[in-house]
Ligand binder design. Structure first.
Ligand code: NAP
Length: 351
């Protein structure tokens, strides 16, 4: 049997922490040795997650976060905590030689000023912003392999950036006036108690929120600007779906003159034909959240509309897996020289 690599998880009781526990339970090489929560410290992991009963993770004792202890025990640590908290923990772990995958927004934006404008807090570790690698494997695979610190992408940005990048990078669509109309399941808001995401507030209803300034906008614009080779501004609108997990983004672009469906499909095939987790659907099929539920897949639909001159791009992911914890494990696999899909051969959760 090959040796296992000890892993830590700060924030095991959150939704992304729960999803990391699910994935790590089936990982052949990463062994969870340290799982933290302030509220649940002292309990066994299978006390809070009965699905772990009988597995080698069930008897892990949850501890309060202790950076020195994490550094002593772990080679890699996942920070599944709110923004601002991650920047306070990452540095000490890095100094101890631990690799860090941060699921929060703390290291995603390259500019301290932009971070502070959108997150309303001071960035106290701006020195790490240039070092952190944006953990989207399709576009940053080589940098991820040698990184110490991964800024795991946001859930909405993962769906929008994967959907729009080929069209922008290959100059198929105008970079102006792009509308990203995105919808997310309620787990996207995290597990902490909040009236706005309580069952009766969400079930049987559908509403927009955070218009016109959702915090993921600058992250999307940062990455799309690099794809387009020019500064980009997008209209980004977010909606809360009465489902627990899944994101569907419908993106409206204007085709450049003369671009036909063959050129569009050739571009997406060039970008994603060899990528295991991006499935460009054939003409006539549209992505759906349930077919990516609990998986690493991003399903993309391409709909040219000659009547309006638009290319409508649809992208479906699971916010907790591809949009957070699965992607975090994919990044850890690359950083640690493991098989890229170790622990990630996940079939969709049915129904
Ligand atoms: N939910 C999603 O779909 C999603 C997708 C992509 C990225 N993200 C990002 O991933 C991070 C975690 O999200 P989530 O949805 O899992 O959040 P969550 O459900 O609210 O869970 C947060 C976790 O962090 C712990 N925590 C909170 N404050 C802490 C502190 N000061 N020190 C140490 N631990 C602390 C909590 O446990 P205790 O309070 O008991 O310590 C809990 O386990 C966030 O930054 C979020 O923006 C979330």
């Amino acid at each position: 049997m090959s040796a296992t690599i000890p892993a830590g998880l700060v924030g095991v009781t959150g939704y992304t922490g729960m999803e990391l526990a699910r994935i790590l339970a089936g990982h052949p090489s990463l062994e969870l040795v340290c799982a933290t929560s302030r509220a649940e410290a002292g309990k066994r992991l299978d006390d809070i997650y009965p699905f772990l009963q009988g597995t080698n993770m069930g008897d892990i004792k949850i501890t309060a976060p202790d950076v020195a202890e994490l550094a002593r025990q772990c080679k890699v640590v996942f920070l599944a905590v709110p923004h601002k908290t991650a920047m306070e923990i990452a540095d000490a772990l890095l100094a101890a030689g631990v690799k860090v995958v941060d699921l929060s927004a703390d290291f995603r934006l390259r500019s301290k000023a932009v971070y502070e404008e959108w997150y309303d807090v001071e960035h106290t570790r701006a020195d790490l912003l240039q070092e952190a690698v944006y953990g989207l494997p399709e576009f940053y695979r080589d940098q991820i392999k040698t990184a110490r610190l991964i800024a795991n992408p946001g859930c909405y940005p993962t769906s929008a950036i994967l959907g729009l990048t080929p069209a922008l990078a290959d100059g198929l669509v105008e970079p102006e006036n792009i509308v990203i109309d995105a919808k997310s399941g309620t787990s996207g808001a995290g597990r902490k108690a909040n009236v706005g995401t309580a069952f009766c507030e969400v079930a049987d209803s559908f509403r927009a929120y955070s218009l016109p300034r959702h915090r993921h906008a600058p992250e999307i614009e940062q990455e799309l600007s690099m794809a387009a080779g020019q500064p980009m501004t997008v209209s980004f609108s977010t909606h809360l779906l009465p489902i627990d997990r899944g994101i569907l983004s419908t993106m409206y672009t204007m085709l450049k003159p003369g671009v036909d469906e063959a050129a569009i499909r050739a571009s997406y095939d060039k970008f994603y034909g060899h990528e295991p987790w991006v499935r460009v659907l054939p003409a006539g099929r549209l992505p759906e959240t349930r077919w990516v539920r609990g998986t690493m897949f991003c399903d993309i639909g391409l709909v040219p509309d000659p009547r309006t001159g638009r290319l409508i791009i649809l992208s479906a992911i699971d916010n907790l897996c591809r949009g957070a914890s699965g992607q975090a494990v994919a990044n850890a696999n690359l950083m640690l020289g493991l098989e890229p899909d170790a622990g990630l051969k996940l079939a969709p959760m049915m129904p």
